[in-house]
Design a protein around this ligand. Structure first.
Ligand SMILES: [Zn+2]
Length: 650
């Protein structure tokens, strides 16, 4: 048995190398989107689209051929004028595609197409709030950019055609206002493909038409608000696997999976978990946002992408399935208003994975999840708020947007407590200004403050816009104040950070005493802060942030009175017949010898002769080969020597 004390107790929140690789956070960060980043460093500058009009509806009527690869389309855009007198507008559309004609309110109109902008002269001047419709006829072979916006792919020698538009790639394959800020109220996607393929998109399949010419047309209708980057297509020779999510006694929703035929049998057990996750997240967050339509998966290249009502997915781990499903609430129902605030999508979806582990598996999976993301959060460089949205790898930075974003939610939960935390999530999702719309950090902060009654500006300011994390150096001691009352003095010092200079956080401190534990609360809002508390019972240990809510490094210096002293115990039993136990305590690490001598001073045994670490030790002395009499045992530790006497009686 060995107990180890140390003068400086270095507590690190995280378990380094905990091996959190069980189909977890690691999997989706490596594979969700970041996997595609190799192709992505070409990207658009910060760009918000034409702000002179508000789009209300998109219809994509696409005809897609795999061999030869081609796309032709008719895209209809309904919009409302925001300008004074609007005479021309622009849409975003890749120069790789050719525009054949443009109609403005069904009248042929002038347009020009260059530098990935389609500038359209409207059929007449439009006053504020007037509605107009644009129809764009175009064709070409899309050139993929970013996270691979449009891909003619294959599996098992079969076609697989898919899209992943986030963040700037929708305009690689259809004309649109390429910004998450302008969500439309509804959308239609009609896809004509060779009749051996199935074409999948958002919302409900309203019609499947055999055109009698070797092609089929799939008509998908989405009746909910949607951001342009969440409009998707996925086309292959899919096998279809259906489940149902029963969300009340009388109602159920279709859960449908479009899977490559060769993979379906193997994937069914994983796919079946989707309905149980829908139940959990509906409880924790509020009703699934697209309950009148469906949820589903369409298999594609790799990773995952939370297309509205139909996640594109290539890795079917618990983590990725939970992550993309969480996005239906956080990302799809409420969309980050701009890419600077991507943590409102990715931090929340990452935390959703953790919630699945917490509520469905044993606590250790959740703790591993936290350790993994705490490690990554500590490695994060820069603020969670994305300063350079021209770089896709900055937007989808795993350490910041995903891991640290999730840990910020974990910390918020620590501050407000479980029930308030989940009320914040529900109130956010159902806020009339945010539900089915877009949000920024300030919107989430407002809801968190309204729900908790707490002022939380310091929290979001330092964790979302600030960098790094607090590094605490804590010293404490205590004095007896009365009978069994003690004054505990705590000094918390933070290393100086760039911004914020130090972190303001409410902290809990547990003092273990001879009569039980006392939890102290203090609001740490200074670089160097001293506090005193009177408690009952003699303190034996201090634990800072006992539930590990704060992302931090921590060094605690315990009071000298609690540190172990060098000690050599009397052997037991004594006198002894043949065998006895000798105990000793080392206050710190040093070279140690423990030797036994006879009454003539001759050394007869060496029990320990090497470096010893701080702690308590018990060691056995076997005297069976020696005769009865007095013996001495001697502990040498550094320059200090302690000797004791023992009696062997046979
Ligand atoms: Zn995600």
């Amino acid at each position: 048995m060995k107990t180890v004390f140390a003068k400086l107790l270095l507590i690190s929140l995280c378990v380094v190398g905990s091996g959190f690789s069980q189909e977890t956070g690691q999997s989706y960060i490596e594979f969700e989107k970041a996997r595609f980043l190799k192709t992505s460093e070409n990207n658009n500058a910060k760009y918000l689209g034409d702000s002179s009009f508000d789009v209300g509806y998109y219809k994509l009527d696409l005809n897609i051929s795999y061999s030869p690869q081609s796309l032709s389309g008719i895209v209809t855009v309904s919009a409302r004028s925001l300008g004074d007198i609007l005479t021309s507008v622009f849409l975003d559309l890749s120069d790789a595609l050719s525009v054949d004609s443009v109609l403005s309110n069904n009248l042929s109109c002038q347009y020009s197409h260059s530098e990935n902008k389609l500038i359209i002269s409207l059929d007449k001047p439009y006053s504020p709030d007037e509605i107009f419709t644009l129809t764009i006829f175009y064709h070409g072979v899309p050139v993929t950019t970013g996270l691979r916006s449009f891909v003619f792919d294959s599996h098992n020698e079969q076609p697989s055609i898919w899209t992943l538009s986030e963040p700037y790639g929708a305009s690689d394959w259809w004309p649109c206002k390429d910004t998450p800020e302008d969500k439309v109220d509804s959308s239609d996607v009609w896809i004509t493909v060779p009749d051996n393929l199935i074409a999948v998109s958002n919302g409900t399949l309203t019609d499947e038409i055999d055109n009698g010419n070797g092609t089929k047309t799939y008509k998908w209708k989405n009746s909910y608000p949607i951001a342009n980057y969440l409009i998707s297509l996925a086309i292959s020779n899919y096998s279809v696997y259906k489940n149902y999510f029963r969300y009340s006694n009388n109602d159920s929703m279709l859960v449908i999976h479009y899977i490559y035929p060769e993979d379906l049998d193997e994937l069914k057990p994983q796919l079946d978990k989707t309905t149980e996750m829908l139940e959990l997240f509906s409880d924790l967050f509020s009703e699934y946002p697209f309950i009148k339509e469906k949820y589903g998966h369409a298999q594609f290249g790799s990773g995952g992408m939370e297309h509205q009502t139909i996640t594109s997915i290539g890795i079917f781990t618990d983590g990725v399935i939970a992550h993309e499903l969480t996005h239906q609430w956080f990302g799809d129902k409420i969309t980050c208003r701009n890419w600077e605030n991507i943590w409102l999508n990715e931090g929340f979806a990452t935390y959703g994975e953790g919630l699945y582990y917490e509520f469905s598996e044993d606590k250790s999976a959740y703790n591993s999840f936290l350790s993994y993301h705490i490690n990554r959060s500590k490695a994060a460089v820069g603020s969670i708020y994305v300063e350079d949205v021209s770089s896709i790898s900055e937007i989808f930075n795993g350490n910041r947007s995903y891991s640290k974003g999730a840990i910020v939610l974990h910390m918020l939960r620590g501050i407000v407590g479980d029930s308030v935390f989940f009320n914040i999530l529900k109130n956010y999702l159902n806020d009339p200004f945010l539900a089915y719309r877009t949000a920024t950090t300030e919107d989430f902060e407002r809801v968190a403050e309204e729900t908790s009654g707490l002022q939380l500006n310091y929290f979001f300011n330092q964790w979302i816009y600030g960098k790094n994390y607090p590094k605490y150096n804590l010293e404490w001691d205590f004095q007896q104040a009365a009978d069994n009352m003690y004054d505990v003095n705590i000094n918390i010092e933070q290393s100086v950070n760039t911004y914020p200079q130090f972190f303001t956080m409410p902290v809990k401190i547990k003092i273990s005493t001879s009569v039980g534990d006392t939890i102290l609360s203090l609001f740490n809002d200074a670089q160097n802060q001293k506090s005193s508390f009177r408690i009952s019972g003699k303190p034996t240990q201090l634990t800072f942030d006992p539930n590990n809510f704060i992302l931090k490094d921590l060094i605690i210096s315990d009071p000298a009175v609690l540190l172990p002293q060098l000690n050599l115990e009397q052997n037991y039993p004594n006198p002894f017949n043949n065998s006895t136990v000798i105990g000793y305590t080392l206050p710190q690490e040093d070279f140690v010898t423990l030797k036994v001598y006879n009454s003539l001073g001759q050394q007869i045994a060496t029990l320990f002769n090497e470096n010893g670490r701080a702690g308590e030790y018990k060691i056995n002395f076997d005297g069976s080969s020696f005769s009865s009499g007095i013996y001495f045992y001697r502990l040498a530790f550094g320059k200090r020597i302690i000797t004791k006497k023992m009696l062997l009686l046979k």
